[in-house]
Design a protein around this ligand. Structure first.
Ligand code: CTP
Ligand code: CA
Length: 234
């Protein structure tokens, strides 16, 4: 096994990482979810541990095969969460003791109002049901509001965009809206960004400047993001 770095800028820091995608129940057997595998966030957790950080990984519905990358790492504590509400309370609890927070999880923007206690059955219904959705709280915005002095907060944004210019524009607007120190913008589409092990990240800093555009494996992009975090900490 690789031994952790004990002298770099992240050594000894406590880093909270969320990864995966939340699931919002419709009834006991169904949910609203998204295509996030958790690979990028798990790669960030593994890379942070390799740099000597103590990592808490809030794992939203990540497959064991993906979590295997950190499962035996004593520097990574995995905390499973399911819904956005569960992620929110775990994130606030974890953020209080972290110098760096990286929100890589895909959080469902909406949850279902009036979750059915029983399975919804066609037999009992009169045609297709209508789901009423409620907006979930913006967890990252809440963490920014409650930030501890000097704490570094990082967001992720998966965007569909026609070109790089639109991608950067959307990224800059989102970064400003969220008030984070760094935003990692990921271009996604039907066949881009999710299942693949490779990824392209545009890392934007608080000024709106592009820190780096990095294409590579999720390990390489995780390392580039941690370099950017280290630069903000300095
Ligand atoms: N996020 C969050 N809580 C939410 C939604 C998003 O903490 N309810 C975080 C994500 O973990 C991510 C960042 O905010 O780090 C950006 O997520 P994104 O879905 O791109 O932003 P939204 O504000 O939800 O905007 P959009 O309408 O584009 O989905
Ligand atoms: Ca969203």
């Amino acid at each position: 096994a690789l031994s952790a770095d004990t002298s770099g800028p992240l050594a000894g820091l406590r880093i909270l990482v969320s990864a995966g995608g939340t699931r919002e129940p419709i009834d006991p057997v169904r949910f609203i979810g998204n295509r996030s595998s958790g690979r990028q966030g798990v790669a960030v957790a593994a890379a942070a541990a390799a740099r000597g950080a103590k990592v808490v990984l809030l794992s939203a519905n990540i497959d064991d095969s993906v979590l295997a990358e950190v499962a035996d790492n004593p520097a990574v504590r995995v905390v499973p969460v399911g819904t956005a509400a569960e992620l929110e309370s775990a994130a606030h609890a974890g953020s209080a003791g972290a110098e760096v927070v990286i929100m890589a999880a895909a959080v469902s923007d909406y949850r279902v109002a009036g979750v059915s206690e029983e399975k919804i059955r066609k037999e009992d219904s009169d045609g297709p049901p209508t789901l009423t959705l409620l907006e979930n709280p913006d967890i990252l915005a809440g963490l920014v509001r409650d930030r501890r002095p000097g704490q570094v907060l990082v967001g992720f944004a998966a965007e569909t965009a026609a070109d790089e210019v639109e991608l950067m524009e959307r990224g800059r607007r989102k970064l400003a809206r969220k008030g984070v120190d760094l935003l990692a913008v990921n271009s996604v589409g039907w066949s881009e960004g999710f299942e693949s092990s490779d990824n392209t990240l545009h890392i934007i800093e608080a000024s709106g400047a592009l820190v780096e555009r990095i294409s590579g494996t999720k390990q390489q992009t995780a390392d580039a993001l941690l370099d950017a975090v280290a630069a903000v900490l300095r």
